[in-house]
Design a binder for this molecule. Sequence first.
Ligand code: HEC
Ligand code: HEC
Length: 369
Amino acid sequence: MPKHYGSLRRLSSLIFATLLPLLAIPSQADTYQFPKVPVPADNPMTPEKIELGKQLYFDPRISLSGAVSCNSCHNVTGNGTDNLPLSFGVFGRVDTPRNSPTVFNAAFNTVQFWDGRARSLEDQAEKPIQNPIEMGMPSGVAVVDRLEQIPGYREEFAHVFGDKKPITFHHVVEAIATYERTLITPDSPYDQYMAGNKKALDPSALSGMKLVEATGCETCHAGPMFDNTGTPMGTGFYQKFPSQPDYEPCAKYVKQYNLHGDEGRYKVTRKAADKNLFKVPTWRNVALTAPYFNYGTVQTLPEAVKVMAACQLRKKLSEKEVADIVAFLNSLTGKFPQQTLPQLPQTPDTTLLMGVPALTKAADKKMAH
Ligand code: HEC
Ligand code: HEC
């Protein structure tokens, strides 16, 4: 049987022995399905909320400079990233400390960010808006103040949330998270193969599929998203990276790609055991989201595979093995849902962006020339 749930089964055979009759495990091709997006009970999805969330996702007016939106760094008309090592934030700042992950399938992440510091998409969305080097808004209240001045948003929020104070920062992030839950990419060649189309994977990808199990990648990259071994929502699956820095080929990569530059989960918990722990990222669409790793220092997928083999498994793969694994990872590129640009509600007769300090300074400088 293809190894879709192989590792999960290996890791928890005991639990499985008792739960197996209760769980609907797709062991037959005709029962295989791309997983359904988990939706929190307190933030149900509606078409109107999705549309509002999409507008906010694309709206640069919820950034301090009025020039940065979620889409600036997570371009959903492409692959959900900016393909940059590190991102350009508000006022062109380039010092985001980490590489921007894709938002496609982020709805399946059990926690968000490389270090798992947000437990849900709702929690996550609050952070970049108020991050001084991303969207730079001073507070959630400042976001609400801006939106309150846009008549179209006042109407839409009232329609979607309908309570006494429809525009709140919490409603903003609920709407954005709802839109993000539509950003999923089913029907990759791998999914087609699992659903019974044995021609969907070529021999190289098939050999890669066996290799990721045989070499041990799947002890970490397991499950339908290849990012955990059955971790419940809200609980991250973290692993040390690099975990084999004393293995000589890994030591070389550590230097070359600055793999020790970030303390990972330790920054959140301050527990020594969490030093250099990172959330295991998904393999879905990974072939499109270069550069790789939390610092974005590795430029190509074959190189990322070699780094993983050396630094997580103390293994040196042959060129053929690397090519096969890459072919398998390529087979995890799914179908991206067609995006149409939203129409944003206008701000008639005014701009919301006067008096932004750094803007004024930049303009003064220009005038002086
Ligand atoms: C200036 C660039 C930038 C902007 C703007 C930005 N992000 Fe991000 N985003 C990042 C970076 C960098 C990370 C990784 C940071 C980390 O893990 O510490 C990230 C992480 C995320 C993640 C976590 C994904 C994962 O796999 O862990 C999600 C989801 C996300 N952003 C959504 C959003 C949304 C929604 C907005 C708008 C409200 C937004 N981002 C605005 C750069 C940006
Ligand atoms: C011990 C756990 C573990 C094993 C084994 C492992 N990985 Fe990883 N993998 C991780 C972690 C953790 C990261 C995130 C590293 C970071 O912080 O950048 C990662 C990241 C990656 C990335 C980069 C993803 C991105 O979006 O930048 C790829 C590609 C990858 N792994 C492939 C593999 C392959 C192929 C193998 C087997 C040869 C493998 N991994 C084995 C834990 C593991």
